[in-house]
Design a protein around this ligand. Structure first.
Ligand code: HSE
Length: 319
C-alpha cells in the first residue's frame, strides 16, 4: 500500500479508581471520531512531517520537536535492531485533540503515529512491542512511563495495566449501557505539573481505600454489578489534590448527581471531567449544561461517549 491513515482515540486515564493503572478509550455516540489521525505515504524524496487539524496551531513549529518525529526515529531504530530499514516516507499529523486536556492527547498522536508506521511496514512489531514503545515515548513527554492512556488508546475498551510476565495491560469487561459524558473546558493542565502537586507518600488509610476501591471495581465489572462498580469509582490518590485546578468541578459533580449520574471524575490529569450516566436523555441534559456552564472558551467541547472497543485502527488511505 502506498499510503494509509491510522486513527487513535481519546482516552480517560486513571478512571478515578486506578491511578496510572486503569484507562478507557472513548467513542462519541454521534459517530464523531474524537482522536488524532496520522497519514503516511511513500515518497522518493526526504522524510517530511506536516501537521493539520483543529489543534495543529498548538504544536511546535519545528517538526523535529513534534512527537511524531520521535515516533519515526524510534520506529526506525526498532527496525534497525531487526536488520531492517525504514522505507522512504512522509507523514502528516492531524491534531484533533487538545494538548494538556487530560484526554490522552500525546498518547493519541504517539499511537496513531506508530500504528501508521507499523502498518506501513507489514506490522513487523507485535502488539506488545508496540505498546512498550508507545509507553516509552509517552514517558519521554510526561516525565514518567505510565501506560494508562497509550494502552486503551491502542487496544480499546477498558484496560488494566499489569506490567508483569511481559504483559503490559489486559482488557476488563465494562458496562455497555454506560454513557461517558466527557467535557473539556478549553484550558490546559500539564501532566507533569499535575503530578508535581501530588503527595509523595500516602497514609495507610488511603492505601487501604485505594486497594479496596480498585479491587472492588474490577470485581464488580466481572460480576456485572453495575451499581457496585459505580460506587467504587472514587479517587483518593489524585482528585483530592487536583480538583482545585478545575473550576466548577464540585458544581459539575453536584449537578450530574441530580441528573442521576453514577459517578463523576477527572479524566487523566484534567481539566477534562467525565460523568457516567445510564439515561441518554439525562446525559443530553448534562451535556447542554456543561456546554453552557463548564466550557470556558471556543476550544472546549463536550461529547456523550461509549467506550471505543476497537482502539487504534487503519481508517483509510487519504486524510
Ligand atoms: N495517570 C497519569 C496521571 C496520566 O494522572 O498523572 C493521566 O493522563
Amino acid at each position: 500500500m502506498m499510503s494509509l491513515v491510522a486513527y487513535a482515540p481519546a482516552s480517560i486515564g486513571n478512571v478515578s479508581v486506578g491511578f496510572d493503572v486503569l484507562g478507557a478509550a472513548l467513542a462519541p455516540i454521534d459517530g464523531t471520531l474524537v482522536g488524532d489521525r496520522v497519514y503516511i505515504a511513500a515518497t522518493e524524496g526526504e522524510f517530511t512531517l506536516a501537521s493539520s487539524g483543529r489543534f495543529a496551531h498548538k504544536l511546535p513549529d519545528d517538526y523535529r520537536e513534534n512527537i511524531i518525529y520521535d515516533c519515526y526515529l524510534s520506529y526506525a531504530k526498532a527496525l534497525k535492531k531487526r536488520g531492517l530499514t525504514i522505507k522512504s516516507l512522509l507523514m502528516e499529523l492531524e491534531k484533533n485533540l487538545p494538548i494538556g486536556s487530560g484526554l490522552g492527547s500525546s498518547a493519541a498522536s504517539i499511537v496513531a503515529g506508530l500504528e501508521a508506521l507499523n502498518a506501513f511496514h507489514n506490522n513487523v512489531l507485535d502488539d506488545n512491542e508496540m505498546v512498550l514503545l508507545m509507553g516509552e515515548l509517552e514517558g519521554q513527554l510526561s516525565g514518567s512511563v505510565h501506560y494508562d492512556n497509550v494502552a486503551p488508546c491502542a487496544r480499546g475498551g477498558l484496560q488494566l495495566m499489569l506490567e508483569a510476565n511481559g504483559v503490559v495491560s489486559q482488557s476488563i469487561p465494562c458496562f455497555d449501557e454506560w454513557y461517558w459524558v466527557v467535557a473539556y473546558p478549553g484550558t490546559s493542565i500539564s501532566t507533569a505539573a499535575a503530578r508535581e502537586i501530588l503527595p509523595t507518600e500516602y497514609s495507610r488509610a488511603d492505601c487501604l481505600t485505594y486497594g479496596r476501591n480498585l479491587a472492588g471495581f474490577i470485581h464488580a465489572c466481572y460480576s456485572k454489578q453495575q451499581d457496585l462498580a459505580a460506587a467504587m469509582l472514587k479517587d483518593v490518590i489524585a482528585e483530592p489534590y487536583r480538583a482545585q485546578l478545575i473550576p466548577k468541578f464540585d458544581e459539575v459533580r453536584d449537578y450530574a448527581k441530580e441528573l442521576g449520574a453514577l459517578a463523576t471524575g477527572i479524566s487523566g490529569s484534567g481539566p477534562t471531567v467525565f460523568n457516567v450516566m445510564t439515561d441518554l436523555a439525562q446525559a443530553e441534559k448534562l451535556q447542554t449544561w456543561l456546554e453552557a456552564n463548564f466550557i470556558q472558551n471556543g476550544d472546549g467541547f463536550c461529547h456523550i461517549c461509549k467506550l471505543d472497543k476497537q482502539g487504534a485502527r487503519i481508517v483509510g488511505t487519504t486524510l
